[in-house]
Design a protein around this ligand. Structure first.
Ligand SMILES: Cc1ncc(COP(=O)(O)O)c(C=O)c1O
Length: 383
């Protein structure tokens, strides 16, 4: 992060805080557009970072919205209804009715047979994607999808435009992605050959990975090249929409937290931070053993001394990093955890210990800092 901006943030806002840098976000999307085939469209799964929806509206083609709360966020941020696809488990009939009234939302996935029952009785035209399960609680079996497709003439209000398939997250194996694309292609062929059903759209969640820890070796350029070849070689020539979460937004985020106390207990250095594991969750960070991408401010030349970076929850588990090479760490020093723009800020146990929720800042493209959310007391939820 630019040092002047960081200094301004530290002077004007309390730590801990989440920071999202919009220039980095826009550059990342430009990179993704060039690294992936031109013909694919982009869908953003807003669960990855709901704070960024408005910034992304112009640069993505679709938003995947999975909960009543996410739907409300889109409404508050006045997101174009046509860009919203309602997906994910558990929607009440009342919620679906609310979404479709006044000809609002028109794009849905068929996530379960129960949801299909709800959608087929809606008294207006809907565009639907059948979500095929990848072997978990999401989507439906291919046999159930076949039944729906076979009988599609009975569901006059449903325009079945294609299928959705979500592979998983942090998927580093091109071989596995290839297997899944082959599986999807076989289904598309079967629907065509046996039921004369033309799949017009394939929405595919590849779960592109993000490197969070030091010494993780992953060549993203080669990975995207190989993935693009798979897409280009597909027999399916309809519209492909790729779903993105972490790979799109992780890099624009930083979480800053301050050293508020320090001690040496039985020969081990412990720094107590004003943040902690309730506010920062890294995928794959087991027992704080891996070292995330993190910088110290002010910068250190000599980082020989190692510190256990502990948060301010009264639990022995609240360790963000063990044996972090930090040099002579001082009270008041700032730690900047990077690549925290996806999930890190929402997946934590935020209510534990009733500590405040951190503020959220945005760095605009012109370098201005905007407060998106002030820090919020959580004790109110806990009595
Ligand atoms: C259906 C769907 N698509 C896309 C995503 C985003 O995944 P990722 O963050 O790995 O890109 C998710 C995440 O859970 C999802 O459930």
């Amino acid at each position: 992060m630019d040092e002047n901006i960081l200094r301004k943030i530290i002077q004007n806002y309390e730590t801990p805080t989440y920071i999202f840098d919009i220039s980095i976000l826009k550059e990342r999307i430009e990179y993704l557009r060039t690294a992936l085939p031109e013909k694919v469209k982009f869908c953003y799964a807003i669960k990855a970072n709901p704070f960024l929806v408005k910034e992304l509206e112009e640069v993505v083609d679709r938003f995947e919205v999975c909960s009543p709360g996410e739907y409300q966020i889109c409404r508050k941020r006045k997101i174009d209804i046509k860009k919203i696809l309602i997906s994910g488990v558990y929607k009440t009939p009342e919620l679906i009715m609310d979404m479709v009234k006044d000809d609002e939302i028109e794009n849905f996935t068929i996530e379960s047979m129960q949801q299909f029952q709800l959608l087929k009785y809606i008294n207006r035209k809907l565009k639907v994607l059948i979500r095929i399960t990848s072997g978990n609680q999401f989507g439906i079996n291919s046999e159930e999808a076949e039944e729906i497709i076979k009988n599609r003439s009975q569901y006059e209000n449903l325009d079945i435009i294609g299928i959705q398939y979500f592979s998983g997250t942090q998927k580093k194996s091109i071989k596995n992605l290839e297997k899944e694309l082959t599986y999807v292609q076989e289904l598309i062929n079967k629907f065509k050959n046996e039921y004369d059903f033309e799949t017009r759209e394939l929405e595919f969640g590849p779960g592109f990975p993000v490197s969070y820890f030091q010494n993780e070796e992953f060549d993203e350029e080669i990975f995207f090249k190989e993935f693009s070849e798979l897409i280009n070689q597909m027999e399916f020539k309809g519209q492909i929409i790729l779903e993105f979460g972490r790979s799109m937004v992780a890099s624009c985020g930083s979480y800053i937290t301050k050293v508020v106390d320090k001690k040496v207990n039985k020969g081990q250095n412990y720094a107590i931070l004003d943040g902690g594991i309730h506010q920062l969750v890294y995928y794959g960070q087991s027992m704080a053993m891996k070292i995330p991408m993190c910088e110290i401010y002010p910068k250190r030349e000599n980082v020989n001394e190692k510190w256990n970076l502990c948060g301010s929850l009264c639990t022995i588990n609240d360790i963000l990093v063990k044996q972090f090479p930090a040099g002579n760490l001082q009270i008041g020093d700032i730690l900047i955890f990077k690549n925290t723009g996806a999930y890190c800020m929402t997946e934590g146990i935020a209510l534990f210990l009733s500590r405040d929720l951190p503020s959220v800042l945005k760095i605009k493209e012109n370098g201005e800092i905007e407060l998106l959310r002030d820090n919020l007391p959580t004790y109110k939820f806990n009595y």
